[in-house]
Ligand binder design. Structure first.
Ligand SMILES: [Zn+2]
Length: 517
């Protein structure tokens, strides 16, 4: 059966000259999908249409969700086809709590301090180049020559195979000695005939070829290429972050850092470099500036939005004396406010301020949020639902210890996220711990369906996007993941080993897992 479907797939995608009679039975070009995915187990997170076999996508949105037969019938000869081979499809994950610059920094610098072998060098460079945009310099290093076995001498060949498109400058523990790769030598025009400047050495092998090791002043030949502006640096960090997100099936990121990176994100979007949609939060202290610009909650395009303002509280009213005024001003301007709170005291303080503002500014769909909402006491739990406040929770960061069931019982709308770069971004880790039974009498474990919903539709609701994404529904943005295994059929502890095979954002494949030999 699989083979037959595969043959059909090849037939529709590779034989454009099908006989007239065949093509005339297809839908006309104006309405035919750009992409169909068939032979899948589609878990839609849409209560009206929970399961399906196939989806059709056109202009970045789902245009049909249903049986293989129905979806095949919509395709014409221009339609691209993906055979999911029976695998599980979920809506793309939405991480309601991530720090994009921090994620970028994870891959900004190589750490070779404990490297003892060629293999260790290669693995660390591979870790970085997996997500660092092409052409960007790999820096860092600090390799210790005394840790390498006496016969081992670092050379460009150690890292060339894993960095053909990234120049590298890797310092040793002595900063006057560094290893560079062939791409760096090429950019710096260092070759057989190049002599090092006075006070520097270009180390060469017995044939006179540069080995990649540079000493003293010769490092300057390469250093000249490293300068980047702060704009470029932030741009690299955020592009790296969306590359990383795509590999874990995260198609939407809510950047809850308080720096405003809209300048960079807007340019990356225009250049087509974003692999995930971004909701960019700024600092609550800057609320008046946002209000003056007329920005409101979730202002922007499906790809890039702003209008959320974030701050922290330790529950002490003296720490930010005008916190109440800031929330009230931002809320009055139509902006979304989110506050980090861990501990019962901090949560009670934030919920109290929110309640006052709601009473003062009057009812509207404002979706105040509490980031973490961790260590709640029974007094705070019902207040989330009562005031429409969103607990934005990170199951993996807190080892699944949130009072999820108690919140759900009161009617709260939970959003899930990771807090990457502090943690791994992988939503399947979060789903795994949130669905595991914890020791103790009041285990608050979720079903896999619930955990998936909070990581998709719940997180979309937290950014006012539940009508645009979060479920596989006709009319919504075509963001989805194909997983290696069916997480509804295995135990929670196995869910953490499941891999994302394909990530699609707006009908575009942004990640495909490498085929393992
Ligand atoms: Zn955080």
């Amino acid at each position: 059966m699989k083979k037959l479907l595969l043959l059909l797939a090849i037939a529709t995608t590779l034989f454009p000259d099908l006989p007239e009679t065949a093509s005339s039975s297809f839908a006309d070009d104006d309405k035919a999908p750009d992409l169909i995915i068939i032979n899948a187990k589609v878990h839609t997170v849409d209560p009206k249409n929970e399961e399906a076999d196939a989806v059709a996508i056109r202009d970045g949105r789902f245009i049909a969700v249903g049986s293989n037969r129905k979806i095949r019938g919509l395709a014409n000869r221009k339609t691209r086809l993906i055979d999911a081979e029976g695998r599980l499809i979920l809506p793309g994950f939405n991480d309601s709590h991530a720090h994009l610059e921090g994620i970028g920094n994870l891959f900004g610098s190589a750490d070779l301090r404990s490297a003892r072998s060629e293999d260790a060098f290669r693995r660390e460079i591979e870790r970085i180049t997996e997500f660092l945009p092409e052409g960007v310099w790999i820096q860092g290093g600090r390799w210790d020559p005394s840790l390498l076995e006496s016969a081992l001498k670092p050379s460009k060949e150690w890292i060339d195979a894993v960095s053909p498109k990234h120049p590298a400058l890797l310092y040793s523990s002595d900063p006057s000695i560094a290893l560079v790769n062939s791409e760096a030598l090429r950019l710096a025009r260092i070759s057989k005939g190049t002599n090092g400047p006075a006070g520097g050495e270009i180390v060469k092998d017995e044939n006179g070829e540069p080995t990649g090791v540079l000493k003293g002043n010769s490092l300057q030949l390469v250093r000249n290429f490293l300068r980047v502006t702060s704009f470029q640096e932030r741009s690299i960090q955020i592009e790296t972050a969306t590359n990383y997100a795509a590999a874990y099936g995260v198609t939407s990121l809510q950047d809850v850092s308080t720096d405003d990176n809209m300048d960079v994100i807007t340019v990356l979007d225009r250049e087509g470099k974003l692999k995930a949609r971004i909701y960019e939060c700024g600092g609550l202290k800057d609320w008046a500036k946002y209000a003056e610009q007329g920005l409101k909650a979730a202002t922007g395009t499906p790809m890039v939005r702003t209008g959320c303002l974030k701050t922290f509280t330790d529950g002490n009213a003296d720490t930010i004396p005008d916190l109440y005024e800031r929330i009230k001003g931002a809320d009055k301007a139509g902006l979304q406010v989110t506050i980090h709170a861990i501990g019962s005291r901090s949560n009670r303080y934030v919920l109290g301020l929110y309640e006052r503002v709601i009473m003062e500014n009057g009812y509207r769909d404002r979706r105040f949020r509490v980031e973490h909402a961790q260590s709640l006491s029974s007094a705070e739990i019902p207040l989330f639902a009562k005031f429409g406040i969103i607990p934005s929770m990170q199951p993996y960061l807190f080892r699944g210890s949130g009072p999820y069931r108690s919140l759900l019982r009161t009617g709260a709308r939970i959003a899930f996220g990771s807090d990457a770069s502090i943690t791994n971004i992988d939503p399947l880790l979060g789903i795994s711990v949130a669905t595991e039974r914890k020791p103790g009498p009041n285990s608050e474990k979720l079903t896999v369906e619930e955990a998936v919903r909070f990581y998709t539709l719940g997180a979309a609701y937290a950014e006012f996007q539940e009508n645009e994404k979060g479920s596989i529904t006709v009319g919504k943005l075509a963001d989805l993941v194909i997983l290696s295994d069916d997480i509804f059929e295995i135990g929670p502890s196995e869910i953490r080993n499941v891999k994302v095979l394909t990530t699609i954002v707006g009908g575009r494949v942004v990640y495909k897992a490498p085929v393992r030999q």
